[in-house]
Design a protein around this ligand. Structure first.
Ligand SMILES: Cc1ncc(COP(=O)(O)O)c(C=O)c1O
Length: 480
């Protein structure tokens, strides 16, 4: 007979260790109970509702812990029959160490990540485990079931109007941008926004400023589109505008990441912002503002978007749902000056637009129902903790080889090499071990004396997983 065991779980007040997220603490608690034999294969565990009321934890937190335990094979859900400790765990439980080892540690970070289709340190990915799947699935079910006729006909190539309205409101509140929904165009990712600007305002052969170092994929896109890119260096204040003017004062456009320079992480200072806007106004050049991850900031307050200072309508603002939600949606947006709405509308009319309105309608509901702001709040705390796991492990295990540049935000870490070794060679060695770090040199046009490594931290669910991955990373350095 199946036994329901709350007793086996022991004291259910999770410890607040190392600021680890509560769902992870609960995850460990259950796992340790299995390892210690307090919970046995086949034992029924309490329902989410019961555990939630017993622990005082939010149901979503308990659900998240359960999701991880189920996905890793510790628990088995059996519909109405409840959730049980997986029957096949007899032998495994004997080999599970009782405390604070994460599942990633046990099987090696590369293996654990591989099961999710991600590689350790993979850049650009948000924390996929923390995405509110249930809420998303509910919204998806509703929209698919109702299949509104507007979802069956040709969608507006500018994007779903309610989403454009929601974006305009969000940008007004959170980024200081005053715009109407007419100015907002939903695009297929950031490169969809770049493409729209390219088609509407630029011509092949035009020269554009490009931050050096800067976002590699944008560079490749722009070069393939036939633009001449003038690399402009960045320093502690961001883009060195004066140098841009010296190198290519007549450029037609500049692509910049003012909030959180990609990949260096500094913000474009206010004097530089004014200088850049001034240059664009005088030269009638366009500034493409890439505000890709401004939502995640861990120290201080972010500066409002550059666009908020744009009194002369020179800035084309872009944001993306790839970091704040998931990149699989492939949805981003472009805000154009009011005076250009007609020109852009005319261009998008002859393009296929960002696709079905269903995902766009889901994002609209997600924002309107308050899930979006809740999710962002949660992710800021989660990322601050996860960033800490990787930074601490790097300092402890690789402190003699590299140092981490402090960054106020974002979901990646830039680690500068202390020695003269090639960052490209190191990333190739890491790739051979299944790890997806990237070389700062690939982001640069010019040369630098020291290389750097770009590391994503968002998917390290626990300090142990980060420490284990960093220990493996150490193996890519030749022994001294
Ligand atoms: C600098 C930068 N800009 C923009 C983006 C967003 O690109 P997309 O919307 O295509 O996911 C990213 C994604 O990693 C990025 O790193």
């Amino acid at each position: 007979m199946t036994r329901t065991s709350t007793k086996g779980l022991g004291a259910l007040t999770p410890l607040r260790d190392h600021g680890a997220p509560m769902y992870l603490q609960l995850y460990h608690h259950v796992r340790d109970a299995i390892a210690a034999g307090r919970l046995n294969p086949g034992d029924r565990v309490p329902s989410v509702r019961a555990l939630s009321s017993e622990t005082g934890l939010a149901r979503g937190t308990v659900e998240m812990a359960f999701q991880v335990l189920v996905s890793e094979g510790y628990l088995l859900t059996r519909g109405a029959a409840g959730t049980v400790v997986a029957p096949g765990l007899g032998t495994l439980s004997e080999s599970v160490p009782p405390v604070s080892t994460s599942p990633a540690t046990e099987r090696g970070p590369a293996t654990a990540f591989a099961e999710t289709g991600m590689a350790p340190f993979q850049l650009g990915l948000p924390a996929l485990d923390a995405f509110p799947r249930k809420t998303w699935a509910r919204l998806c079910g509703r929209h698919q079931r109702n299949l509104h006729t507007s979802a069956m006909t040709y969608p507006d190539p500018s994007g779903h109007e309610p989403l454009r309205r929601a974006i305009a409101t969000y940008l007004g509140i959170s980024r200081g941008i005053a715009c109407t929904h007419e100015q907002v165009f939903v695009t297929t990712g950031y490169r969809g926004a770049l493409d729209l600007v390219r088609r509407t305002l630029l011509s092949a052969g035009d020269t554009g400023w490009y931050e050096d170092p800067g976002y590699l994929l944008a560079r490749i896109f722009l070069e393939r589109a036939g633009f001449r890119l003038a690399p402009v260096p960045v320093d502690d204040d961001g883009l060195v505008v004066e140098e841009g003017v010296r190198r290519a004062g007549n450029a037609r456009f500049a692509v910049v990441t003012p909030t959180h320079q990609s990949p260096m992480g500094m913000a474009l200072s206010l004097p530089r912002r004014l200088e850049l806007l001034d240059w664009a106004s005088q030269r009638k050049a366009w500034i493409i503002e890439d505000d890709y991850d401004s939502e995640f900031r861990y120290h201080g307050r972010p500066l409002p978007a550059l666009k908020s200072l744009d009194h002369d309508d020179r800035v084309l603002y872009t944001g993306t749902f790839s970091k704040v939600l998931i990149p699989g949606l492939r949805l981003a947006y472009l805000v154009v000056p009011a005076s250009l709405v007609g020109t852009f509308k005319d261009e998008v009319t002859h393009l296929s637009g960002p696709g079905s309105i269903v995902p766009q309608a889901m994002i609209t509901d997600f924002m309107a129902q308050g899930h979006f702001s809740r999710h962002l709040r949660k992710m800021r705390t989660l990322y601050a903790a996860r960033r800490g796991y990787v930074v601490d492990a790097l300092a402890e295990v690789l402190g003699d080889r590299l140092y981490v540049q402090p960054q106020a935000g974002g979901i990646h870490i830039l680690a500068h090499l202390k020695g003269r070794e090639s960052d490209r060679r190191l990333t190739a060695a890491a790739a051979a071990k299944g790890m997806a770090i990237r070389a700062l040199s690939d982001w640069r046009v010019g040369k630098a004396a020291h290389g750097g490594l770009l590391l994503g931290f968002a998917n390290f669910m626990h300090a142990d997983a980060a420490a284990e991955a960093v220990r493996r990373l150490r193996e890519i350095w030749p022994a001294r």
